[in-house]
Design a protein around this ligand. Structure first.
Ligand code: C2O
Ligand code: CU
Length: 494
């Protein structure tokens, strides 16, 4: 690993103020800093929108069954830990039927293989970087000692490897892991370096939520395509990347055949910068049981879910409420064209014998120490890009030093008309207040690690700086914003 103090150079064509002045801010389209995983130099100008018009077929929604994401098998399992091995490498995925899409992927798979971990058992992941550039791995939402967190400056050089240790001393939660090498995550995540990390514990087991085939990770991300089937990426620093096609587990708006019973769906918004407003059918009930950091204190019924980049929500949907043959579309109310239909549930005849209820209480809410500091973070546009309190990311500067074990009130003041999904590494928070209205019960009743701060909104969270000390970052998870420096550093000390 390259330590934080060693030299780091920006990618060759790093965005600069000069580019800003030359191109204007709204749409800075440029050559990819790392190149796309396509090896040919020929670039087609035909976009997915044009392809959609000519030949609808590869983009037609509900044509493919929802791909099940593979689970990673441990190499070794001892009394205390599970050891896994992964290679960060190029690969291909059949995203559009009949096309091979070049990707970057964990073991060359898109989305990457799911790791299932257990609270109290350490997970060890040996990551080998077979790419031609530095990469690292951040366990998003995990309580991870700073040296294993995947700090943006802590990268595994090309050809190198690193063994990440995840202690898993936290409650069951739908976590995920992804690349975090500074300045290029908008490309590396877009091209596939992301996967789910499902942490389970005994308490949750006792609830007897749907398991096995009925516990389904669902990774949602918007993309665009070139004529050869490769992912098309056009940088937009202002709004962030917006694709015209929704992929779920790597397939265009797939369908999922479901039995007449309850399912636990673990949704991850892995989009670079797109927020979704999800609705089932014309407003059917979805029961949310968990958010970013784990179970809600009690289940919350929802007919609409606002879903920002990097957030996770777990839903239980009871398909016994529907007659066999029913087709229920999960819609994105905020979308247009190919970004409206997320996926479809096709209710089959099977099932219906299960006797199960979602319990009224899912977990005990914990007591937290009173806030020992109030801090305010202004989110806005500076001369050179997106900033927090008028500052760009600087790895040589610590911006805030919370005391270990304390809680602090952090207020994010959005001074722009863009959504900024703010994420704190290594720690979790509770949402206290939002200027846009009352905090939704589902957001109040669980731990969060990412909050979508709406245009011109002020949102206050109570962050808990435990269990580990050390240097971490917090940043906007609109990846084009993070890459262009909308990130600061915190250091927690005793
Ligand atoms: Cu999901 Cu700093 O990351
Ligand atoms: Cu942002």
């Amino acid at each position: 690993m390259t330590g934080p103090d060693s030299m780091w150079r920006p990618p060759a064509d790093a965005w600069s103020r000069r580019d800003l002045m030359r191109n204007g801010f709204a749409s800075v389209a440029m050559v990819c800093a790392i190149g796309s995983p396509v090896s040919t130099g020929r670039r087609s100008l035909v976009t997915s929108a044009a392809m959609r018009a000519q030949a609808r077929s590869p983009f037609e929604p509900f044509r493919r069954d929802l791909p099940r994401i593979p689970e990673l098998l441990p190499l070794e399992r001892t009394a205390e830990h599970d050891v896994y091995e992964l290679t960060i490498q190029e690969g291909t995925a059949e995203v559009l039927p009949g096309f091979e899409t070049p990707i970057y992927g964990y073991d060359g798979v898109y989305p990457g293989p799911t790791i299932r971990a257990r609270t109290g058992r350490e997970t060890v992941v040996r990551q080998r970087n077979a790419l031609a550039f530095g990469s690292n791995v951040h366990l998003h939402g995990g309580f991870v000692p700073a040296g294993h967190d995947g700090h943006p400056m802590d990268v595994i050089p090309a050809g190198g490897s690193f063994e990440y240790h995840y202690p898993n001393h936290q409650d069951a939660a739908p976590l995920w892991y992804h690349d975090h090498a500074h300045g290029r995550t908008s490309r590396t995540l877009y091209y596939g370096l992301l996967a789910m990390y499902v942490l389970e514990d005994d308490l949750e087991r006792e609830l007897e939520l749907p398991r096995g085939d009925y516990d389904v990770p669902i990774v949602i991300a918007d993309h665009a395509f070139n004529r050869d089937g490769s992912f098309r990426y056009v940088e937009n620093i202002d709004v962030g990347f917006r694709g015209d096609t929704i992929l779920v587990n790597g397939a265009v708006s797939p369908r999922m055949r479901v039995e007449r019973r309850r399912y636990r769906l673990r949704l991850l918004n892995a989009s670079n910068s797109r927020s979704y407003s999800l609705r089932l059918g014309r407003g059917r009930t979805m029961t949310q049981i968990a958010g970013d950091g784990g179970l809600l204190a009690r289940p919350v019924n929802r007919t609409r879910v606002l879903f920002h980049p990097a957030e996770r929500i777990e839903l239980v949907i009871d398909f016994r409420d529907y007659a066999p043959g029913t087709e229920l579309v999960l819609h994105n109310e905020d979308g247009s064209g190919g970004s409206v239909a997320v996926m479809r549930f096709d209710v089959e005849r099977r099932g219906g014998s299960e006797d199960f209820r979602v319990p009224r209480r899912l977990r005990e809410p914990e007591r937290l120490p009173a806030a020992s500091a109030d801090r305010r973070w202004d989110l806005g546009l500076g001369f050179g890009g997106w900033q927090i309190n008028g500052r760009d990311f600087d790895h040589a500067r610590i911006d805030v030093r919370p005391r270990h074990g304390s809680t602090e009130r952090w207020t994010f003041v959005n001074r722009s008309n863009r959504v900024h999904p703010m994420h704190i590494h290594g720690f979790l928070f509770r949402v206290l207040e939002r200027s846009s209205g009352p905090v939704h019960a589902a957001d109040r009743l669980c731990w969060k690690d990412t909050i979508g701060v709406l245009p011109n909104e002020t949102a206050t969270v109570l962050a808990w700086f435990a269990p580990y000390t050390g240097r971490y970052v917090f940043h906007c998870h609109a990846l084009e914003h993070a890459d262009r420096a909308m990130m600061l550093q915190l250091e927690v000390a005793a």
